[in-house]
Design a protein around this ligand. Structure first.
Ligand code: GLA
Length: 382
């Protein structure tokens, strides 16, 4: 009798734990990868642009490299019909048809709104219509929502309530929709983002296509690493790679730093007009593997001497990815000591941009790093 009750209790516990695991199975187990319209197209985005970007994501090899989301940013909204349902404007005559097109390519579609009356660009926001909007997105086949808070002076409680409301409305639809919180990093969103259902949250203001702006954002992420992990990511904003405002070394720094940061890799260029170098930067599998590592440990700075910064990201297989970043205007020799990254004596080093094994090294590794550039290596003990 006792044995039977014990068995029953054990199986109930098992069912309970399996059930709760299933519920918790996170959206965005690795940082989301995709494309967003804002950085390049801003208000010029329309349905034809979205189709062309989806086509190019496939034909360029980006889809095969892991990019999935095609995200429409602000300026798609018309207003509401008499029943309060949001309508797309004339740039997007058939949102469901567009979602079907994107899904037909094996990709996912994202959209944008704000928890206020107006979006950041002054279009209709979701305030007071959260459930209706979530239902509309689900009906169209939306897979990702960037939910952007632009009003200054919102209190912490107001933000939490607004984001939770949309999260609950999305959950109620039964459709898995990634929730991206956007609010310039106000009120230390990384501390409470998961509690309101965010899968990622912006930690900074808007990026621009200049080395100085990108570096200011990227190198300032140090310290936030304990807030990121599977299902919940810090978001230092979208990529500018390929938009033309930085040189090749600077874009390589951008991509390397975002990979070390386990940042969402949301391209922001015109995918239908890419140089071979841009494609190579965006699709380097070994660099993407750093970003997408299953442990989801955001990297951090391990040393700094003025403009020379060494960053490290621990990987699931025990190897360490190290970025030697040179923020000054001339080439410089930089090094990492193995004892700084928890490696005793010898290790093998692979250059992830050259895709080349550099051999076995003892005590440390050094390399010449070009101005505003990076040497990105994966270091393994045998
Ligand atoms: C804010 C966001 C941008 C973009 C615009 C759209 O500035 O930070 O990424 O979404 O709004 O209006």
């Amino acid at each position: 009798m006792k044995i039977t009750s014990l068995a029953l209790l054990l199986s109930l516990l098992l069912i309970a734990s399996t059930g709760s695991l299933a519920q918790q199975s996170p959206l965005a187990p690795t940082p989301p990868m995709g494309w967003n319209s804002w950085n390049h197209f801003a208000e010029r985005v329309d349905a034809a642009t979205i189709r062309a970007q989806a086509d190019a994501m496939v034909s360029s090899g980006m889809k095969d490299a892991g990019y999935t989301y095609i995200n429409i940013d602000d300026t798609w909204e018309a207003g509401r019909d008499t029943n309060g349902f949001i309508q797309p404007n004339s740039k997007f005559p058939d949102m469901k048809g567009l979602a079907d097109y994107v899904h037909g390519k094996g990709l996912k579609l994202g959209i944008y709104s704000s928890p206020a009356d107006k979006t950041c660009a002054g279009y209709a926001g979701s305030l007071g219509h959260e459930e209706q909007d979530a239902q509309t997105y689900a009906k169209w086949g939306i897979d990702y929502l960037k939910y952007d808070w632009c009003q200054s002076g919102g209190t912490l409680d107001e933000m939490k309530i607004a984001y939770t409301k949309m999260h609950d409305a999305l959950t109620k639809t039964g459709r898995p929709i990634v929730l991206s919180l956007c609010q310039y990093g106000w009120h230390k969103v990384w501390e409470w983002g998961p509690s309101v259902g965010g899968n990622l949250w912006r930690t900074t203001g808007d990026i621009t296509d200049q080395y100085r702006a990108m570096a200011e954002i990227g190198f300032n992420q140090n310290g936030l690493q304990k807030f990121a992990g599977p299902g919940h990511w810090n978001d230092p904003d979208m990529l500018e790679v390929g938009n033309g405002g930085m040189n090749e070394d600077e874009y390589r720094t951008h991509m390397s730093l975002w990979a070390i940061l386990a940042a969402p890799l949301i391209a922001g260029n015109d995918l239908s007009q890419m140089t071979p170098y841009t494609v190579e930067l965006l699709t380097n599998r070994e660099v993407i593997a750093v970003d997408q590592d299953s442990v989801g440990q955001q990297g951090f700075r391990i040393s700094q001497e003025g403009p020379f910064e060494v960053w490290m990201k621990p990987m699931a297989d025990g190897s360490k990815v190290v970025g030697l970043f040179n923020r000054q205007r001339t080439t410089e020799q930089m090094n990492v000591k193995f004892n700084e990254i928890g490696i005793q004596k010898s290790a093998t080093v692979r250059d992830l941009w050259l895709k080349k094994d550099l051999g076995s090294f003892t005590d440390g590794f050094s390399a010449y790093v070009p101005s505003h550039g990076v040497v990105l290596v994966r270091i393994k003990t045998r």
